[in-house]
Ligand binder design. Structure first.
Ligand code: IVH
Length: 785
């Protein structure tokens, strides 16, 4: 066998396999661009060796066998494909053939010649479908299949929202076969992949595969749930003609209720076609659907008939293709990058490849779950996709091309930057008072600001325009400051000295002074800016603003319990826990303290926002405790019945049963039998009150309580409970708790370290209790500590 023969056989086998995967399985394993290259290689070889052409060569057929699960449908008029033009020269050649074929005067040396009218449409990247209308009623939908025989997908096409089941208006031919593309919009594709990922289902590499996979579902309910759309671009069999031009046809179809392209245009001559190609090309990324080129068709139907067909392509139409968005390349290695929050992210290092005009050498792999989902190994041949301004992505592995020495991708045990341990994050699900843990997709370096990578990112974020807005500190400068050991935390920026900066790359005398001035200028940030600058995970500018506006002081933000934070608009329990644990962390606290010591003066409102103060209710607090089987309704009943949280905690069984059905009453009891639940409940309540929140139902209950009408003062520190909790306990007995001692004070509770208030109480001869006596007093009133 000659080399050419061998290669031809190889190419045919490979193309047959790809055809099958593309048309039958909807799971192509190589990008279209690669397919086209193989196809052209085969075509060129066959052209050079015509004796080797056989009728079963992929060049001699279009499409592929129909999937047997669907009934087969014969296309009375074959569904053809289009010739491709990649270069302007191919287009000029096409136009020349049209002019020649129509016997029109060709252009002379000065370019003047006949101008053919062409229709221009985008080439949607979906799959070709034929819709058959009998007397205006949709009776059949079919795929293209091999162009002669397709599959009956009538049930499925009926689920596509913009395909009319009945035509509008009147005057349509008794038999009307419409052809067009079923596709998925970019937004629909993103949404579908997101839901698939969440449900642990299969995701799609691109909108075309998603459309094909959705349309050829044996269960049409699945098709119905997918965001498919249809766009009509031509006719098949018709019992009567109704227009003289292609555009006329489409406009009439539109009047009958069929969707056609919004970008349909008429071009006079090839120059205007090229303008159209450039215009759509410039807008390609902004279009809501994916296109792989534009299609030009001779507009006059009479001219189309005259030109006819060559093999299985019309001589009157051509697809002018855009650069492919997907290409093949090799995965050389996977490296790990460390981000601001310590997330260790795998990044693909690729053999550089041009994708749609841009050389791509790196692609994000998101996380290790994604690596596993792709089944990626180092050395693999992969499909890279670069759509719009999105970062290039690895969408698929070509497993058939995996080399024998391919290596698995492994997450490093130690941080590649600082050597700290790398941990897998846990996902915490909180529901009904319970926390369940599962493994997260993200791995984190535990080094935090001791990790150079995290420190750099944290500083870059801290100084950024929307955060502390320190001008003159670009990424490069931050890297230098960190690498030189001059900055070990954001607080170190505020002790930088002129002689440390001057001489660093890019810092002369003036720029050093400017930087120091910018740092000094940033010392009075608003609270929202400061919170955002801290870089708390999941806290963007909006959340930072909400925190600042509602809580109005850094101290409250730092102290707020997660359940209290959930009173803020748009703050869910997950984010609330992130915020809380950020401020619980000793290291973070130390950095904040240092910032304040080094002269940062945070501008805060101080006064709790009125709407926030008014947002707490007792039933709301009970509801936030997430007592199993007690929903908002049960919480309301408890609040109404007992009036205070302490009342609910101390309630006897009979009272409890009056408020709630047995199962719920038992649940409440069991919940408060656990001391840490009591402590949590009281500290939430105490904090809400300390923040100045109160609720109506309490006031009503005060009369008749043992300490009604009394004013108490708490001073010194208490060991068995916080002062906030002591305050709530006193209030639950009806007392008012005041901040200063006067002749009207009924009793003072004084812990160790009490000073002037205790002295004044003694002076006035008031009743004073130490903590032990106070606890005993509470005990007499059945209040446990
Ligand atoms: S016309 C005889 N117009 O491209 C002409 N095709 O390579 C038949 N396509 O199978 C096709 N947009 O799936 C035509 N505006 C358009 C198109 C279009 C997308 C697809 C169609 C067809 C393939 C041809």
């Amino acid at each position: 066998m000659t080399a050419a023969q061998t290669r031809i056989l190889e190419l045919r086998a490979e193309l047959d396999e790809h055809n099958y995967r593309y048309h039958v399985l909807d799971e192509p394993s190589i990008p279209d661009a690669e397919y086209d290259r193989l196809f052209h290689e085969l075509k060129a070889l066959e052209a050079a060796h015509p004796d080797l052409v056989t009728s079963d060569s992929p060049t001699q057929r279009v499409g592929s066998t129909a999937l047997s699960a669907f009934t087969q449908v014969r296309h009375e008029m074959p569904m053809l494909s289009l010739g491709n033009a990649f270069e302007e020269a191919d287009m000029r050649e096409f136009d020349r053939r049209v002019v020649e074929g129509l016997d029109l005067p060709a252009g002379d040396l000065f370019g003047a010649g006949a101008e053919v009218q062409y229709s221009c449409e985008p080439k949607l990247d979906g799959l070709a479908v034929s819709l058959l209308y009998q007397d205006g009623v949709l009776v059949r939908g079919a795929t293209r299949g091999d162009g002669t025989t397709g599959e009956d997908i009538s049930v499925n096409v009926r689920t596509v929202r913009n395909i009319p089941l009945k035509l509008k208006g009147s005057g349509w031919p008794a038999t009307l076969e419409v052809r067009g593309e079923v596709y998925m919009s970019k937004a629909g594709f993103e949404r579908l992949n997101a839901t698939q990922l969440e449900a642990g289902g299969k995701t799609f590499a691109n909108p075309r595969n998603a459309a094909a996979g959705s349309l050829r579902q044996l269960d049409s309910k699945i098709t119905a749930s997918r965001p498919l759309e249809f766009c009509c671009y031509g006719l098949g069999q018709v019992s009567a003609e109704f227009a003289d031009t292609h555009i006329g046809n489409l406009q009439q179809l539109k009047a009958w209720g069929l969707p056609i392209s919004h970008e349909l245009k008429l071009a006079n001559g090839i120059a205007q076609c090229l303008d159209y190609y450039r215009d759509i090309g410039a807008r390609r990324d902004a279009l809501p659907y994916e296109i792989d080129g534009v299609v030009f068709k001779v507009n006059s139907l009479a001219a189309q008939r005259e030109l006819g067909f060559r093999a299985r392509e019309p001589r009157w139409a051509i697809a002018h293709k855009f650069p492919a968005l997907e290409e093949l390349t090799e995965l050389l290695d996977v490296e790990f990058q460390v981000g601001r929050t310590g997330a260790v992210t795998p990044v693909a290092r690729l053999k550089p490849v041009k994708v749609a005009g841009v050389t791509v050498a790196n692609a994000t792999l998101h996380n290790m779950d994604e690596v596993a989902r792709l089944g990626l190994m180092i050395g693999d041949t992969v499909i890279i996709r670069r759509a719009g301004d999105v970062i290039p992505q690895v969408v698929q592995v070509v497993t058939e091309r995996r080399p024998a020495d391919a290596r698995p991708v492994q997450i490093p045990e130690c941080c590649p930057v600082c050597g700290s341990h790398v941990e897998r994050t846990q996902l915490v699900k909180r529901s009904k008072g319970r926390e369940t843990f599962s493994e997260g997709a993200v791995y984190r370096c535990v080094g935090r600001l001791a990790c150079g990578a995290q420190l750099k990112q944290a500083i870059i974020h801290f100084v950024s325009r929307r955060a502390m807005d320190i001008e003159g500190l670009g990424e490069k400068s931050v890297e230098q400051l960190v690498d030189e050991g001059l900055v070990r935390s954001p607080a170190d920026l505020y002790i930088l000295r002129f002689e440390q900066i001057v001489g660093l790359e890019g810092f002369a005398e003036l720029s050093s002074n400017n930087l120091l001035a910018a740092i000094a200028d940033s010392k009075r940030p608003g609270l929202a800016r400061f919170i955002y600058a801290l870089g708390i995970p999941d806290v963007g500018e909006e959340t930072a603003k909400v925190l600042a506006r509602s809580l109005a002081s850094l101290e409250r933000v730092q102290q707020a319990l997660p359940q209290v934070l959930t009173y803020l608009p748009d703050v869910g329990l997950e984010v609330a826990h992130e915020i809380h644990s950020f401020f619980e962390d000793a290291h973070n606290r130390a950095v904040i303290e240092q910032l304040l010591e080094r002269g940062l003066q945070i501008q805060e409102q101080g006064e709790l926002a009125a709407e926030f103060a008014a947002s707490a209710t007792l039933d709301g607090v009970i509801d936030k405790l997430n007592i199993p089987s007690v929903g908002p309704g049960g919480a309301k009943k408890l609040a109404d019945k007992f009036g205070t949280l302490q009342g609910v905690i101390d309630a006897d069984w009979l009272d409890m049963r009056q408020a709630l059905p047995e199962k719920q009453a038992k649940a409440v009891r069991a919940f408060f039998d656990e001391p840490h639940h009591v402590a949590l409940a009281l500290s939430i309540e105490a904090q809400l009150k300390a923040f100045g929140m109160h609720w109506e139902s309490e006031k009503k209950q005060v009369e008749g309580l043992p300490l009604a009408g009394q004013t108490w003062v708490l001073t010194g520190s208490l060991e068995l409970m916080s002062r906030d909790v002591a305050k709530v306990k006193l209030e639950s007995l009806g007392a008012k708790v005041a901040g200063s001692v006067s002749a009207k004070t009924h009793c003072v509770v004084a812990g160790p370290g009490a000073g002037s208030k205790l002295a004044k109480a003694n002076e006035l001869g008031l009743k004073v209790l130490d903590e032990a006596a106070f606890v005993a007093f509470l005990g007499q009133h059945n209040i446990a500590v």
